[in-house]
Every structure is written in structure tokens, then in C-alpha cells.
Design a protein around this ligand. Structure first.
Ligand code: NAD
Length: 252
């Protein structure tokens, strides 16, 4: 398919649903060949591949497993050959109170950091090595407004992982530009996905939208369009930025 992303192979993590699935559909519509990563939902990944006319690949990996990201990257390279971009989108949001037991508290922080940050860092490491050897590439890390402004008392690990992801993005941008490797973070406020639905089910919709000046959550397609824009070859200088997509709920 023709389009501005023609010829690019792009690995998208956590792509079987939500923002990741929207990213895959958008990238494919602009000519890219997505690699759809999924953790558990094989049927959803296969349905997504069918929706983009079969013009992509699928890889499975549990990113909560310590070796999961490294093995997944290797399988993706084996299947695809050259990869041009990595979108670290997979993530979880766990609620844990300071009143929780020490055991539950530590488990929540460790799982959240493993999936939201360590897995992304491992994939960045492997992607940078691949991109350096292959003539360049781009990384987009899906962070969060929570990583910029701090987060709620009952979900502090989430904000901390996203702050770490933003910082990693900046380090990559500063360090590997000369090798043709650029990195950008996207920091959404609430986006209408299962993750947001779980929050609304517990806390109610006003808790999500009351502090958003435009009064509504973003659509996954808004994020997908932005990711496609970041990957355009014409965006050579877009490096190290944190792109805020939050309806005006955090302005800096
Ligand atoms: P979602 O829950 O719909 O999707 C998350 C994806 O991550 C799923 O595909 C899931 O399978 C994958 N994933 C989770 N744990 C995994 C594991 N152990 N191994 C492999 N894959 C795993 O959520 P979403 O809203 O689409 O979130 C996508 C990204 O956007 C996340 O990083 C999230 O933190 C970020 N984000 C979301 C919002 C929001 O309001 N929805 C806001 C800001 C940032």
C-alpha cells in the first residue's frame, strides 16, 4: 500500500487491543508493515492482521517475564529482517494502597516496572543496536501525563514507570542521534480504552474527565495518528520531545 510510511517495518507492543491496535491500523493505512506483538490474545492479534489485509507479522511474548523482551526482539528480527521503528505501547496500570502489605506493595511495584519500563528498556537496547547496524531507526515510547505531573495515591507505581520511560527517551535522543536513532515519548491523558474503562468502573467518569479542560478523553485513533506522524521520514528533527495529548489537563 502506498503512503508516507511505505517500506517501514514497525514493531508495536501490546497491539492486540486499545491504543496499540489503533496504531497498527493507522501505520498499515499509511503503507507500513506492522509487527503485531501480543501477550495473551492470539485471536485478537490474528483478527487485527486480517483487518490490515494480512500485510504484517505477529509475535507473541509475555513482557512480565524477564527474558520475554529479548526473545521477542530476536523472533521479530528473524521474521521481519530489517526493523525501522519500535513502538513501546504495552502497559498496565495497577492500583495499590500504602495500606497494602509489604509483600503486595513490592509485587505491584515490581510487576509495573517490569512491564511498563524494564521491558521497554530491554527492547530499546536491542532496537538501538539493530538500528545502528542497519542505518537508523525510530523509537516511540507511549508514556503518560502521569509521568509528568505525578499521579494518584492509589496508583503511584504507574506514574513512576512513565516518568522513567520519559527520561529513557531523552537519554536515547541525546545519545544516539549521530547513529540515526531518534526517540520520542507520547504522554496521553485519559484515552478511551479498556484501561480507562477499568478506572471509570471503579472511580466513575467524573474522576477521569473533571480536570480535562475539553471535558473528554482522547480517542485511540488520536494517538495512532500522532505515532504515524512521528514516523514520517520528513520528521527528521523530531527527537527527544515529550508530546502531550491530554486535552489541556497538563500544560507546561
Ligand atoms: P490496554 O489495557 O487496552 O492495552 C494494553 C496492552 O498491553 C494490551 O494489548 C496488553 O495485552 C498489553 N500487555 C499488558 N501486559 C502485558 C504483558 N505482560 N505482556 C505482553 N503484553 C502486555 O491499554 P491502552 O489504554 O491501550 O494502553 C496502551 C498504552 O498507553 C499503555 O502503555 C498505557 O499505559 C498508555 N496510556 C494509556 C492511557 C489511557 O487512558 N488508556 C493514558 C495514558 C497512557
Amino acid at each position: 500500500m502506498d503512503g508516507p510510511l511505505q517500506g517501514q517495518t514497525v514493531l508495536v507492543t501490546g497491539a492486540s487491543r486499545g491504543i496499540g491496535a489503533a496504531i497498527v491500523e493507522r501505520l498499515a493505512s499509511e503503507g507500513a508493515r506492522p509487527i503485531i506483538h501480543y501477550g495473551r490474545d492470539k485471536a485478537a492479534a490474528e483478527a487485527l492482521l486480517a483487518r490490515i489485509g494480512g500485510r504484517g507479522l505477529i509475535v507473541q511474548a509475555d513482557l512480565s517475564a524477564v527474558e520475554g523482551p529479548f526473545e521477542m526482539w530476536q523472533r521479530a528480527v528473524d521474521a521481519a529482517g530489517r526493523i525501522h521503528a519500535l513502538i513501546n505501547n504495552a502497559g498496565i496500570r495497577t492500583e495499590i494502597s500504602i495500606e497494602a502489605s509489604a509483600e503486595d506493595w513490592k509485587a505491584a511495584w515490581q510487576k509495573e516496572f517490569q512491564i511498563n519500563f524494564f521491558a521497554a528498556a530491554d527492547l530499546c537496547k536491542e532496537a538501538i543496536r539493530h538500528f545502528k547496524a542497519q542505518g537508523g531507526g525510530r523509537i516511540v515510547n507511549i508514556a503518560s501525563r502521569a509521568g509528568q505531573r505525578g499521579y494518584a495515591a492509589d496508583a503511584m507505581p504507574y506514574g513512576a514507570t512513565k516518568a522513567a520511560l520519559i527520561n529513557l527517551t531523552k537519554s536515547i535522543a541525546r545519545s544516539f542521534g549521530a547513529d540515526g536513532v531518534t526517540a520520542v515519548a507520547i504522554a496521553p491523558g485519559w484515552v478511551r480504552t479498556d484501561m480507562a474503562e477499568e478506572f471509570i468502573a471503579t472511580h466513575g467518569k467524573p474522576a477521569a474527565v473533571d480536570d480535562i479542560p475539553i471535558g473528554e478523553m482522547a480517542a485511540p485513533t488520536d494517538m495512532a495518528e500522532l505515532v504515524a506522524f512521528v514516523l514520517r521520514p520528513s520528521q527528521a528533527s523530531l527527537n527527544g520531545a515529550t508530546l502531550d495529548v491530554n486535552g489541556g489537563s497538563y500544560i507546561r
